[in-house]
Design a protein around this ligand. Structure first.
Ligand code: GLR
Ligand code: MG
Length: 430
């Protein structure tokens, strides 16, 4: 073994990053949201970085893995996942939880949490290996098949400001079709995005139909998506699909569960996409057999990293199901990882999601820049990003000083600051 590639140390840094008051069916984003930054340091002196969800359920298995990893090589990615199974297996297993923030991204179980943790270590190992060899991460995944990756504008209904403390921005409120169109125009003008996804499930369906119609009028012929995070019944989903069938590229998770998604899919020609109904391998056979989804939105965190995202792509290809990328309040390390893996997937037919424009704080020295709605795939060694240690320390300090209010993402709790009676809505909501 090349001893320079042996892991000597692993550093974990939980942080809180500011987040605007973006609305979804469960409530509103908190002013600060947790992420976990993973650094893998080799004996050769190379440091690789990764990033994942940062709620408490992820920290405990991450600590177990960080303790067990030194002495192994950054090349041993299969061994990394076997080790994760050994050391994080039963730790802090959260049962199926469709009512927490995890409910916005499907089933929540110990395996998915473990994969979400291990994925950050995998990305960090690939970053370190790439830096050590002078190769970009995409080369370690077999090489890029495109030079740029397209992203879509991720539109949210939102308030102008958080009701309590929090960072401010100049986006203003977006609570009606005119507000959504204004937000989309700014996204298109600033970043060049050519397709638009609206986070729905916030208002009753007719109001959201009106917003999508307004977008279709403002951006004729552009791909549009609506994602209520499973908030609708099957009949409501079919009602919306019927009214928007001429303008939607796809409808994302209109209803919850494979059964419902299959029923909606059978009743409309609008393709259904998901980051909720199929988020684990165990869910693939039934969902694909029942034609419940046409597009899987992969999230490399919970699908278990970049290599496994490529495996998912092969499965989807085999069954004629499209693949794109889901996003969840992430920073520049994960955006770099998403871009590298997306660059290697041959049949990427849809613009990927990213929350990144909403995240004004980052832990890398140079922010990613979208041009024409695209990111250029980096050919620099590793992920092509550098950690900004001062920023990392400042965001960690915020995490340390937090009284616990923001260390767990809880959109319903954030909503209660405005509406004390708010509880996570039971689905179907409409
Ligand atoms: O496509 C999705 O469902 C998401 O991006 C999940 C997120 O949690 C989204 O709902 C959000 O940020 O509020
Ligand atoms: Mg979604």
């Amino acid at each position: 073994m090349n001893t320079a590639l042996v892991i000597e140390d692993v550093r974990l840094t939980p942080i809180l990053v500011s987040d605007p008051p973006l609305l979804n069916t469960q409530g509103v984003h908190q002013p600060y949201t947790p992420r976990l930054i993973v650094e893998v340091v080799t004996r050769g002196g190379t440091t690789g970085v990764g990033e994942t969800y940062g709620d408490g359920a992820y920290l405990e298995p991450a600590r177990s893995l960080a303790e067990a990893l030194p002495g192994r090589a950054v090349t041993d990615l299969n061994g990394l996942f076997a080790l994760a199974e050994e050391v994080c297996g039963g730790s802090h297993a959260a049962a199926d939880d469709r009512v927490g923030a995890g409910g916005l991204r499907g089933v929540r179980n110990a395996e998915k949490i473990r994969l979400s943790v291990a994925s950050a270590f995998e990305v960090a190992c690939l970053d370190a290996l790439g830096k050590a060899l002078g190769l970009p991460v995409h080369a370690l995944l077999g090489g890029k098949v495109r030079d740029t990756v397209e992203y879509s504008a991720y539109l949210f209904y939102r308030w102008a400001a958080h009701p309590g403390p929090g960072e401010s921005d100049d986006w203003g409120a977006a609570l009606d079709p005119a507000g959504v169109v204004a937000q989309a125009r700014r996204f298109a003008g600033t970043y060049g995005f050519g397709s638009f996804k609206l986070k729905g499930g916030v208002f009753e369906p007719d109001r959201e139909i009106a917003a999508i119609r307004a977008l279709a009028e403002a951006f004729p012929g552009r791909p549009l998506r609506l994602d209520p995070n499973g908030a609708w019944s099957v009949p409501t989903s079919l009602y919306v699909a019927d009214r928007l069938k001429d303008v939607l590229e796809y409808l994302e998770d209109p209803t919850s569960g494979t059964e419902g998604m299959a029923a909606v899919s059978a009743g409309t020609d609008v393709p259904l996409a998901t980051n909720m109904c199929v988020t684990t391998l165990a869910e693939v056979p039934e969902a694909f057999a029942r034609d419940a989804v046409r597009i899987v939105l992969s999230d490399h965190h919970y699908w278990g990293g970049l290599t496994r995202t490529r495996e998912l792509a092969a499965i989807c290809r085999t069954f004629g199901v499209g693949l794109s990328m889901h996003s969840n309040t992430h920073l520049g390390i994960s955006l770099a990882a998403m871009t590298h893996v997306a660059a290697t997937v041959p049949d990427l037919a849809y613009a990927c999601d990213s929350h990144y424009p909403w995240q004004t704080e980052d832990v890398i020295t140079e922010r990613h820049t979208f041009t024409g709605g695209r990111l250029t795939v980096s050919d620099a060694p590793g992920l092509g990003v550098e950690l900004d240690r001062d920023r990392l320390a400042a965001l960690h300090r915020r995490w340390v000083e937090d009284d616990g209010t923001h260390r767990e993402r809880d959109d319903a709790a954030a909503m209660r600051a405005t509406d004390p009676d708010w509880t996570t809505p039971v689905v179907p909501r409409w």
